[in-house]
Design a protein around this ligand. Structure first.
Ligand code: GLY
Length: 554
């Protein structure tokens, strides 16, 4: 009898084993690391930190500890949503003319990026320390194990990384330390070859042992100062004091409602949540569900809302610690209704000026440059806490500079380079100690019972906002499962007109979309989203099929 009962209980054991959780990232090695940490009893925050560190090693072109990021967190116990801002910060030497030529004209983008001038004080390790203190379960040092292992033992170059190494190698004559890591036998490493990064492994061991001070002071701080100051291209002054005083910041989440849902995301210095939520707010009065994904009218409405929201972004958004940013006004339902009312269901507006939200300060529109880099990753633990984290070094391989084996960001080029126009100050102008405006949009969606049901974020410069908005509409309105919502076509706009992702059902709607009275262009810009959704009582992850990403659930 006892044996029978034992056998029966063993039969039912799998049902009693608590779920470990769900992870999704842009690289299988990072996804594995996140799952390893969840298996070891780590929280969603722990898993996301381990992923951030592994991505530093294996996806150095996109993100890392030499850059910054934003974390949005849902606490299953308290039901609270919180955000942590680990955005890079301009050093004290950075003035509003940082990216201007002596004659006052803006520098050429590709001349400003490489070297010290574009480097902001990195924020990811400080973000990690703050988040770990609040929501970590495992010991700090344990979170570093997978990244140290990968950096020490080596990792295989993916086709995507090989492609970026090859492209960026054109400037690496001036960046010998970078070339030393990513070249072999006098040529760029190819897909399938192995990279070891012992300098990075050594630093990670030190930060694992001694905590964030091992990053923000001493030898590592000096390495950042030297890399930026002695750079052959654009040498600049970042001091040890700039680095020592870096702080990750707790920020109130920016939240809104969309139909029956509540959505929360990252406020300034990110434009992410504000702009994504404006887009959703403007399409809310239309029956997007009835129109569906295959009707060009859906995409027309999204396109119009997108361009109106981005116009507000370029005029009003910046680091709210330095300039007044009317986030509440921009998300005010009456204001959004007035913006939506401009949209015609039959005709493209053609011109998209910023509006005048309640509480708006005197500002002038000025477009900032931003290139496609960045990475997003998601962890949901067995208890249901969520860490959704976008991390970046800005453009491919950031500033191209290396300190202790990691890439230093070029985040300062996310500032708007022209500080004032027609006598009005630009919100996102460079100022010492300020954080450049971001498009990163880590987002959590709650259902009408207040339970989290979806989380998403993306990489890709300013297109991040649109990739996230599209995925939310695809999931919440069109009812697509998370993987199909992520894979749904991307839409954006540029100098040439409305950009439709090539070789997709959206691209096939080019004729009808042009019929609204606009220019449409086939677009090869690739997306890189990572997301997770609650299906029944379980979470499932999804990674963008356009990327090398993976998701896992146990
Ligand atoms: N540099 C990418 C972003 O902050 O949006």
């Amino acid at each position: 009898m006892i044996r029978f009962l034992l056998t029966m209980s063993l039969c039912f054991l799998p049902a009693l084993v608590a779920a470990k959780g769900t992870v999704s990232s842009a690289d299988p090695r990072a996804t594995d690391a996140g799952m390893e940490i969840l298996r070891a009893g780590g929280s969603a925050t722990d898993a996301s930190m381990a992923m951030m560190l592994v991505l530093t090693v294996v996806e150095p072109q996109s993100s890392g500890i030499g850059g910054g990021g934003f974390l949005v967190h849902h606490d299953a116990k308290t039901k609270m949503v919180a955000t942590v801002d680990g955005r890079e910060t301009a050093p004290a030497s950075a003035t509003p003319t940082l990216f201007l030529n002596p004659d006052g004209t803006p520098m050429r983008f590709r001349e400003a990026v490489p070297g010290g001038r574009s480097v902001g004080v990195p924020g990811n390790i400080a973000l990690m320390a703050k988040a770990h203190k609040k929501w970590g379960k495992l010991k700090w040092a344990k979170l570093f194990d997978p990244a140290i292992r990968v950096a020490e033992n080596g990792y295989e170059v993916t086709p995507r990384l090989a492609g970026v190494i090859k492209t960026m190698s054109a400037v690496w004559g001036d960046f010998p330390e970078t070339r030393a890591i990513y070249w072999q036998d006098g040529r760029p490493k190819a897909a399938g070859e192995t990279i070891r990064n012992p300098a990075l492994a050594k630093l990670l061991r030190d930060v694992a042992k001694r905590g964030p001070k091992a990053f923000y002071s001493g030898q590592n701080a000096q390495a950042i100062v030297d890399a930026a100051g002695q750079s052959k291209r654009n040498p600049t002054v970042i001091t040890k004091a700039d680095i020592a005083k870096y702080q990750a910041k707790d920020r109130a989440a920016v939240c809104t409602t969309y139909r029956v849902y509540k959505l929360c995301g990252m406020g300034p210095p990110s434009s992410g949540a504000t702009t994504v939520f404006q887009i959703l707010g403007m399409v809310e009065r239309f029956d997007m569900k009835a129109l569906g994904k295959d009707d060009p009218r859906s995409w027309h409405l999204i396109a119009e809302a997108m361009q109106l929201a981005y116009a507000d972004r370029e005029k009003y958004l910046g680091d709210a610690d330095f300039v007044s940013v009317p986030v509440a006004g921009l998300l005010d339902k009456a204001y959004i209704a007035s913006r939506s009312a401009i949209i015609s269901e039959t005709k493209a507006l053609g011109a998209y000026a910023a509006g005048n939200p309640p509480g708006a300060p005197q500002r002038i529109s000025a477009v900032s440059g931003e290139v496609s880099g960045t990475t997003h990753f998601v962890a949901v633990d067995g208890a249901g806490s969520i860490a959704t984290y976008t991390s970046t070094v800005e453009g491919p391989f950031g500033s191209q500079l290396v300190a202790n084996g990691y890439i230093l960001n070029n985040e300062l080029t996310d500032f708007t380079w022209v500080p004032e126009k027609q006598g009005a100050l630009v919100a996102n102008r460079v100022q010492p100690g300020k954080r450049p405006l971001s498009s990163m949009s880590p987002t959590i969606v709650y259902n009408d019972k207040g339970e989290p049901i979806f989380t998403v974020g993306a990489a890709g410069g300013k297109t991040i906002i649109m990739q996230v908005a599209k995925t939310l509409i695809a999931h919440l309105d069109w009812g697509l499962p998370v993987d199909q919502a992520v894979a749904a076509p991307n839409i954006y706009f540029g100098g040439d007109g409305l950009l439709l992702e090539a070789n997709t059902p959206l691209a096939a709607m080019a004729g009808p979309l042009a019929g609204f009275g606009r220019t449409v262009v086939q677009w090869n810009g690739s997306g890189k989203l990572n997301a997770a959704a609650k299906v029944g009582d379980k979470w499932v992850g999804a990674a963008d099929p356009r990327s090398e990403g993976t998701a896992a659930t146990e």
